[in-house]
Design a binder for this molecule. Structure first.
Ligand SMILES: [Zn+2]
Length: 384
């Protein structure tokens, strides 16, 4: 999709050049918070008249404002330009297997409203969608500026146009035009994102992960992975959670010994009276501790294989179980070091915590409907 867009823009020069520079100014202001016109021009290597023209248009559009004069080292006092965070909003939705979360966020990605409700084990399309739509409508009424769009992050295989959920292995949902359903009922542009892709996006944009090639694992209720390289994320239909790591343990997929049967949130919860992993960590007994260590070891074993096959430069763990605690994590890392020939590869836990998918869906929505920084990266990559 991004490439197509880049190509279309290429054909419509010089309007494209203006639009690209407008986006570069917006992205710069998002990053630096405030800059004078001269600083913007210098930083982006634009001439002063076109910088002023872009800034005037952005002021007219209500996206940026003059924030008063600033003192510089030279004693001059140029006018600072800043982004207006609440000039527009986006909505992010994380349809997770345990909870569904919805947030209204401003242009800086700050969450202004947040709601969460439990997702049932086998949700009906109609039931789950109408709960989501009801909350979106409620949040839209509260929004004081336009909402640009909604991104719904969920597990499953998505259509190329990011509008239809083709299948979801846990819910038995097939060919559901989810984006169209939400658009029809909220009048807001809607796109879907794979939850691991949303997490990876958050890792890059919010946690500022600079490594370009890494293996990312969403270690939560289920286990999913993505191989991330410069401009691509391969995730969607991979089956990392069903890598065989044990001779025993019935998996929900029907096979024996999958990683999920040893280390997924659902498996641990099933073995310990339905308690969530968070609860298990809070009230450990010898049996729970032993089981969590085994889960960490199973993950370590799968990571040895993943690292060997992908040749990734780094491994990042996200999701609820990535926060099991330092003790289990060290256990995992020790196992990895002992068994991998690529023992120097770093294993890290994401700092973004349990809202990572939601933050990712917000960041994707901002990128698709306002900042288009992924597109800029593609275009600038072509220019190199
Ligand atoms: Zn399995």
């Amino acid at each position: 999709m991004l490439l197509e867009y880049a190509l279309i823009m290429k054909f419509t020069q010089p309007a494209a050049a203006r639009e690209i520079n407008r986006l570069r100014v917006l992205n710069l202001l998002l990053e630096v918070k405030e800059y004078s016109r001269a600083e913007i021009a210098r930083h982006l290597k634009l001439n002063k008249p076109s910088t002023s023209e872009i800034v005037e248009q952005l002021i007219k559009d209500g996206l940026v404002a003059e924030a008063g004069k600033r003192e510089t080292a030279a004693g001059r006092r140029p006018v600072a330009i800043t982004l207006i965070p609440d000039a527009a909003f986006v909505l992010g939705v994380d349809m997770g297997s345990r909870n569904t979360s919805i947030a209204l966020a401003d242009l800086e990605g700050n969450i202004l409203r947040f709601e969460r409700f439990p997702t049932t084990a086998q949700p009906e399309v109609k039931e789950l969608c109408s709960s989501v739509i009801r909350i979106i409508r409620k949040m839209s009424k509260l929004a004081t500026s336009p909402i640009l769009g909604v991104v719904v992050a969920l597990d499953g295989v998505l259509s190329d146009d990011k509008r239809t959920l083709i299948r979801n292995e846990h819910w038995d949902w097939n060919d559901i035009p989810l984006a169209a359903i939400i658009e029809r009922n909220t009048e807001l542009p809607t796109l879907l994102a794979h939850n691991v892709e949303a997490m990876v996006f958050a890792e890059r944009r919010i946690a500022h992960e600079e490594e370009e090639n890494f293996f990312f694992v969403n270690w939560g209720e289920h286990i999913k992975s993505a191989l991330v390289s410069k401009n691509s994320i391969t995730g969607g239909d991979t089956q990392f959670g069903h890598l065989v790591v044990s001779p025993t343990g019935l998996c929900r997929c029907g096979k024996i010994g999958c990683l999920e049967s040893q280390a997924a949130g659902w498996a641990l919860s099933e073995r310990h009276g339905g308690k969530t992993v968070k609860q298990l960590c809070l009230e450990p007994n010898l049996m729970i501790e032993d089981d969590l260590r085994q889960a960490a070891q199973a993950m370590g074993m799968a990571l040895v294989a993943a690292s060997a096959i992908t040749g990734c430069n780094k491994i990042i763990l996200g999701g609820g179980l990535a926060n099991l605690g330092q003790e289990y994590l060290s256990y995992l890392k020790d196992y990895y070091k002992e068994h991998s020939n690529r023992e120097k590869i770093q294993i890290e836990c994401s700092e973004l915590g349990e809202k990572q998918t939601l933050l990712g869906s917000i960041a994707l929505a901002l990128d698709w409907w306002m900042f288009k920084s992924s597109l800029l990266e593609v275009i600038q990559g072509q220019g190199k």
